[in-house]
Design a binder for this molecule. Structure first.
Ligand SMILES: C=C(O[C@@H]1C=C(C(=O)O)C=C[C@H]1O)C(=O)O
Length: 446
């Protein structure tokens, strides 16, 4: 995003390991793990380290998914064409690989863990091809090695806690966030050209000891097993929102918008009823579902969009949720136009993280959010050589970097859909509730 109307210079997210490389003719081997053979759980096989060689990548839900480590290849793209460039580069890379895949399921063979910037500018997007990937789905276990020899997989001890955790204002503190929400509400009441905008802010956590990716992953998967727990290039979180899953000609999405959270001693059943009956939340939700369906429909021969949302219950919040499913147009599957990155390019940003209408909402985010979102609220997940894969929306997450004094920094993000009848203080409290998963994981709550 550009400089917008802000007087203060906006801090940019920087990615220090922005070195791009790949070798030609990488050798890729996928082998099924025989049922009798013991392998540690997915997370338990991850080395805890923080170096590029051992920094884990992860995508796990309810014990299934993919984890990996090492970097056989890394591709970075940016700008408005970041999706298309990433797609082209991935295809080029895969075309040059020597693949021997004995399993042949989505997620076997070469995979790229992917994290895409929210905005066209600024921001960098990354594809990481690990050296080792361990996958598990529906009782099938596999291991893929990419480049080099076979790595030894052994159970790694749990990561050490990061010492004392301290919180301070991020680039866009909660007080200024509240003011921005008030301004957005004012604009929406004054003018008819914007129905919804999602505004976010950040919070800084510093730890006295190094914060290992594995530490957060262990705690997040334990407390949020139904969310997609992810780690890609230092962005670690547990998102409840699936942007797109593609497997062959099937496509799925879990759209969320509309939130309630425990407060004032209200029992959960009351929160559920209030959420379902809230015209404001239903309106926010409808915008998000419509934005996804509108962009996905041209790729599909069938698309099933529920007429009323369900309630998703998590420890920290409840959301209105709609599970959308579709069948892709076979001609587009055939000619590669319906690969996961292409589909994602079409649907991002949905009104769950952008707004309605999209272009106007993005302008306002650019103007009012005094921070760079980086990859927060962008697509995050994995894709394989066939264009299958899963991308969540990078929510309930933090960007981890090393600190000069031997500890680490975690930049936490959270945002809320703002409509004409939003109340700024309530949105500030909602964003606080959305930061809880990462805060509790940092503090070691299990
Ligand atoms: C933007 C976030 O969450 C999104 C906004 C929601 C809302 O406004 O009700 C709900 C779920 C997400 O789609 C976030 O968690 O940071």
């Amino acid at each position: 995003m550009g400089s917008g109307g802000c007087a203060s210079p906006r801090a940019r997210e920087t990615y220090p390991r922005a070195v791009e490389y790949f070798q030609r003719n990488l050798t890729v081997r996928t082998r099924a793990v025989p049922p009798g053979q013991e392998l540690p759980d997915l997370l338990e096989s991850l080395p805890e380290g923080v170096s590029p060689d051992t920094d884990p990548v992860c995508w796990i839900r309810n014990g299934s998914g993919l984890v990996g480590w090492g970097e056989a290849a890394r591709v970075e793209t940016s700008g408005g064409e970041r999706f298309v460039e990433a797609d082209e580069r991935w295809r080029e890379l895969v075309a040059g690989m020597d693949v021997d895949d004995e399993v042949g399921l989505p997620g076997t063979g070469p995979v790229a863990f992917t994290s895409i910037a929210f905005a066209d500018d600024p921001g960098s997007s990354v594809l990481i091809v690990p050296e080792v990937v361990i996958g598990q789905r529906a009782g099938v276990r596999w291991i893929t090695t990419i480049g080099g020899g076979r790595r030894e997989v052994r159970e790694a001890p749990p990561a050490a806690a990061p010492g004392t955790v301290r919180y301070s204002d991020g680039n866009f503190p909660a007080t200024r966030y509240g003011q921005a929400v008030a301004e957005a509400v004012h604009r929406m009441r004054e003018s008819e050209s914007l129905d919804k905008v999602v505004l976010a802010h950040d919070l800084l956590a510093t730890t006295s000891e190094p914060l290992r990716g594995r530490y957060l992953l262990d705690n997040l998967t334990r407390r949020y097993p139904d969310c997609w727990t992810f780690a890609v290039d230092g962005l670690v979180g547990a998102t409840p929102e699936l942007l797109l899953r593609r497997a062959g000609d099937e496509v799925n999405s879990r759209v969320l918008a509309g939130t309630a959270w425990p407060r004032d001693g209200r029992p959960q059943h009351q929160l559920v009823t209030e959420l379902i009956d809230s015209a404001k939340n239903r309106g926010e939700h409808t915008h998000a579902v419509r934005s996804l369906a509108r962009e996905l429909e041209p790729f599909c021969k069938e698309l099933d969009v529920p007429s009323t949302p369900e309630v998703l219950r998590l420890r920290n919040v409840l959301h209105l949720a709609s599970d959308v499913s579709g069948r892709l147009d076979p001609a587009l599957v055939e000619n590669g136009e319906a690969g996961l990155l292409r589909l994602t390019r079409a649907v991002h940003p949905t009104a769950a993280v952008g707004g309605t209408p999209t272009a106007r909402a993005i302008e306002l985010i650019d103007e009012l959010e005094e921070m760079d979102r980086g990859r927060y609220s962008g697509p995050v997940g994995w894709q394989d050589a066939e264009g299958n894969g899963e991308f969540g929306i990078a929510l309930r997450c933090a960007r981890i970097t090393e600190d000069a004094d031997g500890g680490s920094r975690a930049r936490l993000f959270a945002g809320c859909g703002v409509v004409a009848d939003s109340d700024p203080d309530t949105e500030v409290a909602e964003a606080e509730a959305k930061m809880l998963p990462v805060r509790e994981a940092l503090e070691g709550l299990r």
